[in-house]
Design a protein around this ligand. Sequence first.
Ligand SMILES: O=C(O)C(=O)C[C@]1(C(=O)O)C=C[C@@H](O)C=C1
Length: 315
Amino acid sequence: MPKRYAYLGPEGTFTEAALRALVPGEDAGAFVPCTGVDAVFAAVRDGEVAGGVAPLENSVEGGVTATIAELINGDPLLIAAETAIPVEFTLFARSGVALSDVKRVATHPHALAQCRGWLARHLPDAETFTMSSTAAAAQAVAEPGAPYDAAISARIAGERYGLAAVAEGVGDRSEAATRFVYLTRPGALPEPTGADRTSLVAFIADDHPGALVELLNQFAVRGVNLTRLESRPTGDGLGRYCFCIDADGHVAEARVGEALMGLRRICTDIRFLGSYPRADAETELTPFIPARGTTNAAFHEAEEWLARIRSGAVA
Ligand SMILES: O=C(O)C(=O)C[C@]1(C(=O)O)C=C[C@@H](O)C=C1
């Protein structure tokens, strides 16, 4: 049976653009639009689709709560790939509507947060309404008798639903980008590529001074760089938090594997979310000089040395 892929729909979302980038060459007939991130996760968990795509973080507005909540709770899924795409917003309306006619604007909450400055300057009196996605907003505006005058969405959504662009580049930050993750049911991990990322959720054992430092030290002493650290409530009461972590490297690498073993010893629970190729692998990163004893070669040499002395050899 041909593979199918779930994504936050309807057609024309930034998530659909991310899915196209993640499975190049796949026919759009294989794409299953979902009305929410929860439905994307459900479709993957139930085995209705081979994989699903959800937004994880935005360079301006930060983490996408719905995705993070699904990653923390419910049956665990693995992140098998990621992509980051630039997000450029356009204000769309039915043809004939001018900027001065726009009183009610619909869009996704993350898009709204990224366009607040522009709206305050150009449509200070407009009411805003949040929808399940930017494309859902464009689709709603296109309906006859729609309760909204305009939608903020990707260009592709406005065109898909036959709307006219009223204003382009309405995002407050022109270089804004959103990172999307490709989710699968647990299975074999992608092979290490040399430019990978590992994601996990750490639940600290008990609340005490330095608990977070102890957790972070597991990475620091092994020279593992973190690229995201986000605390989220566990839902078990005020002050109870878990930590969502993205780290450079693949769990197959000794230093990452050992950091995870260290966490396993000091945390009540660790939810491993996958090791997968970094989307920015091509980007020129700041040269990283590993601290003494934290190269992969140093880890292997120490492992071999331990095996030798355990076997009785005098090292
Ligand atoms: O509504 C969409 O088009 C989406 O793909 C969702 C989403 C998000 O959740 O952040 C993706 C990118 C943009 O930052 C705005 C909205």
